[in-house]
Design a protein around this ligand. Structure first.
Ligand code: ZN
Length: 52
């Protein structure tokens, strides 16, 4: 186990790797736009965030 803090952006059509800060809040999406898009996508499909 290393000290990596990277997570893939769960937004549809993104998939960027988010480098999480070693301290502070962790980011779920790489950008606000992705967050909005993911929420729209979830609403349109009537499902919560999918876990790939
Ligand atoms: Zn993204």
């Amino acid at each position: 186990m290393g000290g990596r803090h990277e997570t893939p952006c769960p937004a549809p059509d993104c998939g960027r790797v988010i480098r999480q800060p070693s301290t502070g809040r962790r980011r779920t999406y790489c950008s606000t736009a992705c967050r909005v898009r993911a929420h729209r996508h979830a609403r349109s499909t009537g499902r919560a965030e999918t876990v790939a």
